[in-house]
Design a protein around this ligand. Sequence first.
Ligand code: COA
Length: 215
Amino acid sequence: MTALDEELVVVARSTTLEPPLDRGTERVAHLRAVTLAALAEAAAARGAKLGPLEKDERDAPRPSGGWHWSISHTSQGALGLAVASVSRSPVGVDAEVVGRGRPELALHVLTPAERALLATLDEAAAFARAWTAKEAVLKKLGLGLMALSELRLEDASGDQGVLLRGDTRHAVEWLSVPPFVLAVAGQARERVDWRVDPRLRAGEHDERRHGRSPS
Ligand SMILES: CC(C)(COP(=O)(O)OP(=O)(O)OC[C@H]1O[C@@H](n2cnc3c(N)ncnc32)[C@H](O)[C@@H]1OP(=O)(O)O)[C@@H](O)C(=O)NCCC(=O)NCCS
């Protein structure tokens, strides 16, 4: 790890998806623009000059100007969310709405042993943490969902977790900003600098104390 990678910057921006931005191509284009703005903010925070943003045959972002980058976007009703990180080393970010399950993937996302590691959380929060952590690691590795079942949550303590794939451990860090949970996977020991817009921070709380967010 270089000195530059001792801090991992993650930018999260919210947006309002009201008409005419509430559906179809306008919604997608707007969320894309907000995501690119978050990416630009993350790049500026790192002093990174990104070149063209290209993806490989698996849709994984290719390093740009020598920098790795990762994005995620989602929404809950009219509240849109865009997350981005830029790093000298491989990085993956993911954001999901707590309470939005993927039943067909449930057993790959949260096994009984993994559930036990997240015992202080309710079912929806535990699922969202396991899901975002695994997606963040898959994105860091440039893999798709097909590799989901290769990942195991091995440890979780507060907002930090460790995932195992083969013999390799991947550190993740979460941030709860209801109705969303965010996860980032970088190198092992960086401090994560979450740069979250105030509107999201206003809803920030610990889901262990306040219970499940409405979905
Ligand atoms: C990577 C993936 C898990 C993310 O999906 P998601 O949570 O719905 O979407 P997010 O908003 O969090 O992330 C989307 C971003 O992830 C990135 N991404 C997509 N595939 C990626 C991959 N293989 N590796 C790293 N990053 C990837 C892209 O930058 C994408 O942004 P864009 O679509 O605006 O260009 C999913 O798109 C995927 O698995 N894609 C690969 C295809 C695949 O395996 N399909 C089989 C399904 S069973």
